[in-house]
Write a protein that binds this ligand. Structure first.
Ligand code: GLN
Length: 309
């Protein structure tokens, strides 16, 4: 299969639709990004990366970071983490608070904001926020094989300044006794983790552990056990796009995680890791063109977790 041709064809077919959807404006720094950006990177087991468009430009990965936060929190706490966060799709927007009261401060899953605030808290564990951020950075640099990976301080500040909703979620969690660390410490790590700047190429390469049973097939680095990576994939399929997860599974058919920076990371078990980026979002906060690109790649390759081919 000529994957470079598939990636390029997909990009060319959708190029006229660049700028569709609405970039996130509730984080002011994100509203400054050129809405016509569009990149695709597909990384394989053999270490090849097939790219098109703005695949080497870094963007704010936002909620895609929740996948890394989950893997790292599980590494520190093991299955005990599931006492603090659930594994069910929420059917509600990513920043919703409504289910938290009913479920006594146990978020429905680790990929909505409340759930990610909990996984971030557990990742911080007994360390200072600075130590935790330092650890997160060095892990991602190692996995992405790129020392330049960093977070964007302007985006982190912008998020913090306009972060009333996330503060509400975090204080609500704290009121139920669900956080180990002071709220502002947890949020300072959460905002920086969301503000991680990575390119499609870096994202695709650093997430190869997801489609390949927990171990990067290129470097041999083990991120987690096979059963854990399968479970993270399961959660991505069911909860990776908030109240848009069903639609994504229907259209694309592989686990994915979207972020309001316009990136989507897709894991195709046994085959590839794919990252796409286009800032315009649909109503649920998933990149409009990004989802279309992934759906087109899935169609052209025949890849789907629902197919035995
Ligand atoms: N940083 C964003 C927030 O907390 C992440 C949301 C997202 O990407 N869906 O609101």
């Amino acid at each position: 299969m000529d994957l470079q041709r598939i990636v390029e064809e997909t990009w060319n077919e959708l190029a006229d639709e660049r700028g569709s959807g609405n970039p996130a404006r509730y984080i002011p720094a994100l509203a400054l990004v050129d809405p016509r950006k569009f990149g695709i990177a597909l990384a394989t087991r053999e270490g090849e990366v097939f790219c098109a468009g703005d695949a080497d430009e870094q963007f704010s990965i936002q909620s895609i970071s929740k996948v890394f936060a989950l893997a790292l929190a599980l590494e520190r706490h093991g299955p005990g983490l599931w006492e603090a966060v659930g594994r069910e799709p929420s059917g509600d927007p990513f920043n919703s608070i409504v289910q938290l009261e009913r479920e006594k401060g146990i978020p429905r899953n680790p990929f909505i904001n409340s759930g990610a605030i909990v996984t971030t808290d557990r990742f911080v564990d007994d360390r200072t926020p600075e130590q935790a951020v330092g650890d997160l950075m060095s892990r991602l640099r190692r996995m992405g094989r790129d020392e330049s990976i960093n977070f964007d301080e302007d985006v982190a500040r912008s998020e913090s300044e306009t972060g009333s909703r996330n503060r509400s979620l975090a204080y609500f969690l704290a009121d139920f006794g669900r956080l180990m660390n002071p709220v502002e410490d947890v949020l300072s790590v959460y905002f920086r983790q969301c503000a991680l700047a990575m390119s499609c190429r870096q994202l695709a390469e650093s997430s190869l552990f997801l489609p390949f049973d927990g171990t990067d097939p290129v470097t041999g680095q083990e991120m987690c056990s096979p059963s854990r990576s399968r479970r993270i994939n399961a959660l991505m399929l069911l909860c990776g796009h908030y109240d848009n997860s069903g639609q994504f599974a229907f259209e694309v058919g592989v686990p994915g995680k979207s972020g309001v920076g316009g990136g989507i990371l897709a894991s195709v078990p046994g085959r590839a890791s794919i990252a796409v980026w286009s800032p315009g979002l649909n109503r649920a906060g998933t990149s409009m063109l990004g989802a279309k690109a992934l759906s087109s790649i899935a169609l052209k390759t025949g890849w789907s977790v629902f197919s035995g081919r």
